[in-house]
Design a binder for this molecule. Structure first.
Ligand SMILES: Cc1ncc(COP(=O)(O)O)c(C=O)c1O
Length: 440
């Protein structure tokens, strides 16, 4: 092998998702594209709003080409950072200034800048299961270790009861993703305040700050009137990673920002190091044209109606068949409990019905699967008979509906549907969710 050990691990893990995608393509060649129900990818299905195209054209026609396409300050155009700071202050009552904003290559770029800035070899970063699997790669990029706090599978809220026991002198950061991919959970202001209390005490004990990295690409994607509190108002040492990938359906354009509140410990040191991180990681600066486009779209509302319709069709359809799901309050994923402990076997069984689901082991939560419902409404409708057949594999007499509860009136406050006749084995699988401490 010429590639590094670290890279070898990354390649081995990423090939799981690639294989899934390739299997979907192979399946489509055999049964036809319209008969494959691919729930694997979080690629927005809603078109970017009109203002995106209009802004591109207007910018190209009215601004100097060398300004649009040239290098600028590594942290981004001043006019864009001013506008981002102002929009945050107007919407959330914060006090960001130009210097507190760094334009980045999406939320992923922002996360990598923070981890590059904070981590020494073997420093630890805490993630709450279930979590976006790429965090592991980002942490390992800088020699860090991912420490996984097990999921609270009753509520899928942050498992704060056990957080403190996972904090060591090597803990540098905690990543919180609100709304959450893959569970769709939204964390309340009360939860965030409690997180702050726990970290404040731990920081005193270990003698250095623990920064909360608030990863917010799904900030605007919330349903049923759910409210996403602005994290810096509740957590003192918090850095915000934002992305326009989902809110404006622009994941390929790689545009987002990092917001650094002045209240954090070592603000000036962190701010200047983060700008250098953006440069030395090779991003240099965020894509120039799309910085300018983002500036024009800061107050654009995201079309969540389409995702909401998808959410309800899939959630109601599956729970009526007896599948146990978390009712998502945000993002565009449905987190479904596997009817058998080994969710990889469930994923294989689903594939027999042309259903492509993602095992949640890669999200630190075995015993569950993730369905991305940022697909067409029509595909979801067409896939329901396939899910019904899949349900019959596990509950042959009744296809789930009667014996396993159904959707109506079965939610608890956290929005999880507790079907009756819950499979003990599946419950066991879920109990193992996130019980790991692993190398990054
Ligand atoms: C939770 C989470 N964080 C970060 C990202 C990366 O976002 P971006 O593509 O905007 O960098 C994603 C993308 O799906 C995500 O789901």
């Amino acid at each position: 092998m010429v590639i590094s050990k670290n890279m070898e691990n990354l390649v081995a893990n990423s090939s799981v998702i690639r294989r899934l995608f390739e299997e979907g393509v192979e399946l489509a060649a055999v049964v036809g594209r319209e008969n494959v129900y691919d729930y694997s990818l979080g690629n927005p299905s809603v078109a970017p709003p009109k203002i995106v195209k209009e802004s591109i054209l207007q910018i190209l026609e009215t601004k100097d080409a060398n300004y649009i396409h040239g290098y600028m300050n590594n942290s981004g155009y001043e006019e864009v950072r001013d506008a981002v700071a102002e929009s945050l202050n107007k919407r959330f009552g914060t006090d960001f200034v130009r210097e507190s904003i760094i334009m980045t290559a999406g939320a992923a770029g922002a996360l990598n800048c923070i981890l590059r800035t904070l981590l020494n070899y073997k420093d630890e970063v805490i993630c709450f299961a279930p979590f976006f699997g790429e965090y592991r790669s980002y942490i390992s990029n800088f020699g860090g270790e991912t420490v996984v706090v097990p999921a609270n599978t009753e509520t899928f809220q942050l498992n704060l009861d056990v957080l403190d026991s996972y904090i060591t002198e090597k803990t540098k950061a905690v990543i919180v993703n609100n709304p959450n991919n893959p569970s769709g959970a939204v964390y309340s202001a009360q939860t965030l305040s409690r997180l702050n209390d726990i970290l404040t005490k731990a920081q005193e004990r270990i003698g250095h700050p623990i920064y909360v990295i608030s990863d917010e690409p799904y900030r605007e994607l919330v349903y049923d009137g759910a409210h996403v509190p602005f994290m810096t108002k509740y957590v003192k040492n918090c850095l915000v990673c934002y992305s326009f990938s989902k809110s404006l359906s622009l994941p390929g354009e790689r545009i987002g920002y990092l917001a650094i509140p002045k209240q954090i410990d070592a603000y000036e040191e962190m701010q200047s190091a983060l700008v250098v991180a953006n440069r030395c990681l090779g991003f240099i600066n965020a894509p120039s044209l799309f910085q300018l486009v983002a500036k024009e779209c800061l107050y654009e509302e995201t079309d969540i109606e389409t995702y909401d319709k998808n959410r309800m069709l899939l959630y109601n359809g599956l729970t009526e068949m007896g599948f146990e799901c978390v009712k998502p309050q945000g993002a565009f994923y449905l987190f479904v409990k596997s009817p058998v402990p080994d969710e990889k076997a469930f994923v294989q069984e689903a594939k027999k019905h042309n259903l492509i689901l993602v095992s949640a082991s890669s999200f630190g939560c075995p015993g569950y699967v993730r369905l991305a419902y940022c697909v067409s409404y029509d595909m979801i409708k067409r896939s329901l008979p396939a899910f019904k057949k899949l349900a019959q594999t596990y509950w042959p007499q009744d296809a789930g509906a009667a014996a396993h509860g159904g959707a109506q009136g079965q939610e608890n406050t956290a929005g999880q549907n507790h079907a009756e006749g819950q499979n003990d084995a599946a419950a066991h699988g879920a109990a193992e969710c996130g019980k790991e401490r692993e190398n990054g």
